[in-house]
Design a protein around this ligand. Structure first.
Ligand SMILES: [Zn+2]
Length: 302
């Protein structure tokens, strides 16, 4: 079962704790079918739109098809697109009455961080969905930016699971640098090669993770991206039900700070998505995601 409760809890907690104000939040529009077609095949989108997926398709997606499911994930993809547009251009599409929320910083500066309280659907491939991910929101948003003239993009994926769909999507596009650091012996079995893949051993702790990340980030920034997407999965956490790494909450917060600082030093826009998080106690997942946003706010130009 895909845990959707965390999104509302993260939003509520951030407001309650005064990390963000309601006025900082923007309600996105669902991604258009033509935006989705920048990544996904026409045949796959037709199946999603018309509900003509086979039992094998839904088994692989691990979600039952319904019009609400499709609309929910179109909205989630729209949130990442909009976060990317605000981060890079300071533009917002008109508001809607939907339930997704993004946090918007001030526009018109070089380093700008915008968080989408959702997204990070990195297991979606152009022609099929997998592992709770019908559409690859970050891949679609990267293509939207490219269509608007931003060529060089980096994707830093620190979810405990390899970003298989993202790596596959950009395999033949040297303009997009995909970096995934993940638990090697975990889903997905097949890990298409990204620009930089770091498979960590089972049970890796904070020190290993942070050391590898410190080595990886200069390679990412050497690509000279014009925008960085960060998938800040909460599932490398030691008490995650789907993860086998042993990061503490403090280690995860230091992870976030390393990524944010590297992008800030480069002076380019940063788009944060939450990605996975399946701690035994949902409060832990919520606390980890909130810490990511808190670090982003602390780093934001005032
Ligand atoms: Zn994950």
């Amino acid at each position: 079962m895909f845990p959707t409760r965390k999104y509302a809890l993260v939003h509520a907690r951030l407001i309650e704790a005064g990390v963000i104000r309601p006025a900082d939040c923007v309600e996105p529009e669902p991604a258009s079918w033509s935006d989705l077609a920048l990544v996904h095949t026409a045949a796959y989108l037709a199946k999603m739109r018309d509900g003509t997926m086979s039992p094998e398709d839904t088994a692989q997606l691990e979600l039952p098809w319904s019009p609400e499911m499709v609309e929910g994930f179109r909205l989630m993809t729209g949130g990442t697109i909009q976060a990317a547009l605000i981060a890079c251009f300071g533009t917002q599409r008109p508001q809607s009455a939907q339930s997704q929320t993004i946090l918007a910083g001030s526009a018109g500066v070089a380093f700008q961080v915008v968080g989408h309280l959702g997204g990070g659907l990195h297991h979606a491939f152009p022609n099929h969905g997998e592992g709770f991910c019908p559409f690859n929101d970050v891949a679609v948003a990267a293509r939207v930016l490219q269509a608007r003239g931003l060529e060089r993009i980096a994707i830093v994926d620190l979810d405990v699971h390899h970003g298989n769909g993202t790596a596959f999507t950009f395999e033949a596009d040297p303009r997009v640098f995909t970096c995934s650091m993940h638990q090697q012996h975990n889903y997905p079995m097949w890990k298409p090669r990204g620009s930089l893949d770091i498979g960590l051993p089972d049970g890796a702790h904070d020190a290993t993770f942070l050391r590898e990340l410190e080595r990886a980030l200069p390679a990412v920034m050497a690509h000279a991206p014009q925008c960085v997407f960060y998938l800040a999965g909460a599932d490398p956490y030691e008490d995650d039900q789907l993860g086998g790494l042993r990061l503490t909450k403090d280690g995860l917060r230091r992870r976030d700070r390393l990524v944010i600082d590297a992008v800030r030093e480069a002076g380019i826009p940063l788009v944060i998505t939450l990605a996975g998080g399946y701690a035994r106690r949902v409060e832990d997942t919520v606390a980890i995601h909130c810490a990511t946003i808190e670090e982003a706010v602390l780093a934001s130009p005032s």
